[in-house]
Design a protein around this ligand. Structure first.
Ligand code: ADP
Length: 403
């Protein structure tokens, strides 16, 4: 147990010795001061359970000393017992109490009374110390609880993050697996068809030892069409792996968008049976683009417009400069459109909004197209007119004639 201090203040050495003899004890320490000033010095860096303060002292009397003791934060509540001579009057007594004295003893003091009073204050001081320790402990515990809570919260966040990352990784693996089976199926269809046409011709040749030019022409046309399809699928697979590796390179050059689009339409028109082109294009609008890649994007949008309007109809192509001076190419169809719940995802890798239908496709075209347009510092966006169908718009930086 830490020792408890008692301050004895008296200008008279004999009185101090008498008090020391009286109050000596193992569980407290007696400190003596021969003046008010000396007492104040002791109070600077020590706490006391009680101060026994002689009232009559030269230079600074007990009352003055008590006033200064009370004026300091550290000793504001330290109990003071005034010791006074028998000549002390009632006025002094009240003055002492008004200065915050807890007691007033007239000398010569009765030893038992003084001992009993001091013992009470020593006990009170100890209890107070215990209380302070307990409060300190409670504060520490509260702090511990706070720290604990914080650690738990951090742990919870980390766990949630880890779970989210794992779920995302699992989802990516599932998506990839699903994509592989879709891709395998998509690749198998034209391969089976190629084999079928080749075998038909071979069988005929084996059977009749001759070839029917009409049938061969038909078979070769179909083979050409299917190998085109196959080559497109393989190109998409190559593109996606280049994009993911950040290795899709562009060979940009001044490119007339109008000329490029008209060219594509001219090439595609003869193969269209149910659909027609409606072109609304200015004479020329230039951009800085990789013409082959831009052609790939526009062709993909037109292919989709045709594929997802199975009943046929017009495929509208508009080219214009928008209010932000961007060169815009829009491909609009009157087809089946995209259900609202799928619209936010159609540019996602492997995403197919009509997976349950018979349309086929690996869900890569729009994703690749978007990446290509972005590499051109452009934007590819989709709109779905209320009357139905879909509209895809490419916006590219416009290249002024003199640039
Ligand atoms: P896919 O090879 O499957 O057609 P895309 O990446 O080109 O892949 O398109 C993603 C999905 O967006 C398609 O599966 C289809 O559901 C939808 N989509 C794309 N273009 C159109 C369109 N013009 N009309 C309706 N749906 C479309």
């Amino acid at each position: 147990m830490a020792s408890v201090n008692i301050l004895l203040v008296d200008d008279n050495q004999e009185n101090l010795l008498a008090l020391e003899a009286l109050l000596e004890g193992p569980d407290h320490k007696l400190i003596t001061a021969r003046s008010g000033e000396a007492a104040l010095r002791c109070l600077l860096d020590q706490d006391f359970a009680v101060i026994l303060l002689d009232v009559r002292m030269p230079t600074m009397d007990g009352f003055e000393t008590a006033t200064l003791i009370r004026g300091r934060e550290r000793s504001r509540h330290t109990p003071i017992i005034f010791l006074t001579g028998f000549e002390s009057n009632t006025v002094n007594l009240f003055k002492g109490y008004s200065l915050g004295a807890v007691d007033y003893l007239v000398k010569p003091v009765v030893p038992e009374v003084l001992k009993a009073k001091v013992a009470v204050f020593v006990e009170l001081f100890r209890k107070n110390q215990d209380l302070q320790h307990q409060l300190e402990r409670i504060r520490e515990l509260k702090q511990d609880v706070k720290v604990h809570k914080r650690i738990n919260e951090e742990r919870r966040i980390l766990l949630a993050r880890e779970q989210a990352a794992r779920a995302e990784a699992e989802q990516a693996v599932r998506q990839r697996d699903e994509f592989l089976s879709v891709a395998a199926h998509e690749l198998k269809t034209p391969v089976t068809s190629l084999r079928g046409f080749a075998q038909t011709i071979l069988r005929q040749m084996n059977r009749t030892n001759s070839i029917d030019p009409e049938r061969v022409k038909h078979a070769l046309e179909a083979i050409d069409q299917q190998s085109n399809k196959l080559s497109l699928l393989v190109s998409q697979l190559l593109d996606i792996s280049r994009i993911e590796a950040g290795q899709l390179r562009l060979d940009k050059q001044p490119t007339d968008v109008t000329g490029l689009v008209r060219n594509i339409a001219d090439i595609m028109r003869p193969g269209m049976t149910l659909h027609t082109f409606r072109l609304n294009t200015p004479d020329s609008i230039s951009t800085l683009a990789d013409p082959l890649r831009l052609e790939q994007v526009v062709t993909n949008l037109i292919d989709n417009a045709i594929k997802y309007s199975p009943d046929g109809g017009p495929v509208q192509i508009d080219i214009w400069l928008d209010e932000e001076d961007l060169a815009c190419i829009a491909v609009t169809d009157c087809g089946i459109g995209v259900p609202v719940e799928h619209r936010d995802h159609i540019f996602d890798r492997f995403y197919r909004a009509h997976a349950a239908s018979h349309f086929g496709g690996m869900g890569l075209g729009l994703h690749i197209s978007k990446q290509i347009v972005q590499l051109h510092d452009g934007i590819l966006e989709a709109e779905f007119p209320p009357e139905g169908g879909s509209r895809f718009i490419i916006r590219l930086p416009h290249l002024e004639e003199d640039q």
